[in-house]
Design a protein around this ligand. Structure first.
Ligand SMILES: [Zn+2]
Length: 483
């Protein structure tokens, strides 16, 4: 069986992944607060944990992995938006969730096994808060129930922060009814205009942190394998989840492996509405950027590193995927891979090595070069290519949408892919001819011309030259090369 290694935030080291029950590998990822469309930064954890979900399904079997991603549908931002738009809350959250599904489907993300909505689990949250109060880990004050951080000696250990750092980092509201400024809200009172549920502490609603502890416990049990989210959730959200779960279920381990993805920047800057570089997944799709391209760019940086979203990367991914789509059509003409065909071992190995997606994409490029060789070896590589693409969430079936075909026309400025492909092949053939005639100046001029157009030529011993498109690819410059 493939051995998976994951970086665990809890131990700050890479660990061999050993599930509690290989017949039911369990993963929980913090999901969206449904009041607005997902921006590109929100899409990163979705793609990262989709890759992990697919890898786990590959290794343990599709029916042996349970993936839970919650939907936060009770939140003050939701209340504010619904009030501003004078709409029922449920209408706003239903509509936002449907849009979220459409956008994440376009990125090739599989739907999780369960997507619990917080409002469906309020009784479980109330029961958990009651248990915390009964055990002395929480207290009621002015209609609120607060978790007493002083009651949990391990508080702060997960995020590895001192009390001073936590206070500065959390920017918590220092309410007069708190015993300790770090105490956080489990339950708060609701006015008649706000959503609320009956509870032993009156009409109110849950705080945010408690929902993940209650829903993961209800759906995955008191000990499960993986918990994921963005790096910004380490503190206070995940620290608080751990405190709540550990104090309610001291017999359980809660989550054993914690994975966090890095931030997303845009062209080297933090994405923000004030900088004018803020965009949603829908904005990109409407610009005609295929979901596969967005997914590819997100996978091109290792999940733990900060990612820089750039137009150059979008361009490079579009060109590459366009060529891959063409290659897939060639593979299909030769014959689809047999049922049960395996993905390339080097792709699986890269993903199993703490989700090294950049290395897996590099392996796919190498396999694509082999497919281009044709023959029996090419056909074998073709089957591995199709199955490996699928494992990485890039659908081999016509790339899910016609968008790639359309983007191709844009990239090649109407010249058409056939014309482009023929042109490059023609130039390479002319270069071969020049070399055979020992006219090296001319051969080098063609190679340099291709390089200036963003096409790197790689000579191979005893075979035709290979070529690769770079991020600075500019088809217009091909016209200036004399063959
Ligand atoms: Zn959470």
């Amino acid at each position: 069986m493939t051995e998976i290694t994951l970086h665990n935030t809890r131990s700050r080291s890479r660990e061999r992944f050993v599930p509690l029950d290989p017949a039911n590998v369990r993963m929980y990822v913090c999901g969206p607060t449904v009041y607005d469309r997902a921006h590109i930064g929100n899409a990163r954890p979705v793609v990262v944990f989709d890759v992990l979900f697919r890898l786990l399904r590959h290794v343990y079997g599709a029916g042996h992995v349970t993936y839970v991603r919650n939907v936060t549908d009770v939140d003050d931002k939701i209340n504010a938006r619904a009030a501003a738009e004078q709409r029922p809350i449920r209408e706003l959250t239903d509509e936002t969730l449907a849009a979220y599904h459409a956008d994440m489907d376009a990125l090739g993300a599989l739907r999780p096994t369960h997507e619990p909505r917080a409002t469906d689990y309020v009784p479980e949250m109330v029961a958990m808060i009651e248990a915390l109060v009964a055990r002395g880990h929480a207290y009621e004050a002015e209609g609120h129930v607060l978790f007493a951080v002083a009651s949990f000696p391990g508080y702060g250990r997960f995020a590895n922060r001192s009390l001073d750092e936590m206070q500065a980092g959390a920017r918590v509201e220092v309410a007069p009814y708190k015993r300790d400024p770090m105490d956080f809200v489990l339950w708060k009172p609701s006015s008649s205009a706000e959503p609320g549920w009956p509870s032993p502490w009156g009409h109110g609603r849950p705080g945010w942190h408690i929902e993940c502890s209650a829903m993961s416990g209800a759906l995955l049990g008191t000990s499960f394998d993986i918990h994921g989210g963005g790096i910004d959730l380490v503190f206070p959200h995940h620290e608080n989840e751990i405190a709540q779960s550990a104090c309610t279920h001291p017999e359980g381990e809660f989550a054993r492996y914690w994975l966090h993805n890095g931030f997303l920047n845009v062209e080297g800057e933090k994405m923000s509405k004030s900088l004018g570089n803020f965009f949603t997944v829908r904005d990109l799709l409407e610009r005609g950027i295929p979901g596969e391209v967005i997914r590819f760019v997100l996978m091109s940086t290792h999940y733990r590193q900060p990612i820089d979203w750039t137009e150059a990367k979008v361009h490079e991914a579009t060109v590459l995927l366009t060529l891959w789509e063409k290659l897939l059509r060639d593979v299909k003409r030769v014959g689809a891979p047999a049922a049960g065909a395996a993905p390339a071992p080097e792709v699986v190995a890269a993903l199993a090595d703490d989700l090294n997606t950049p290395l897996a994409l590099k392996a796919l490029r190498d396999i694509a070069s082999e497919v281009r060789l044709g023959g029996e070896r090419g056909a074998r590589a073709g089957a591995a290519f199709v199955v490996s693409l699928d494992l990485m969430g890039i659908s081999p079936d016509g790339f899910r949408s016609a968008a790639i075909r359309q983007s191709l026309d844009r990239v090649f400025s109407g010249a058409g892919e056939k014309g482009f492909d023929e042109k490059v092949r023609g130039l390479l053939a002319a270069r071969e001819k020049a070399r055979a005639a020992r006219d090296f100046a001319r051969a080098d001029a063609i190679r340099d011309g291709l390089l200036a157009a963003g096409i790197k030529v790689m000579d191979r011993a005893g075979g035709p030259s290979e070529w690769e498109l770079g991020p600075d690819f500019d088809p217009a410059r091909l016209d200036g090369i004399e063959s």
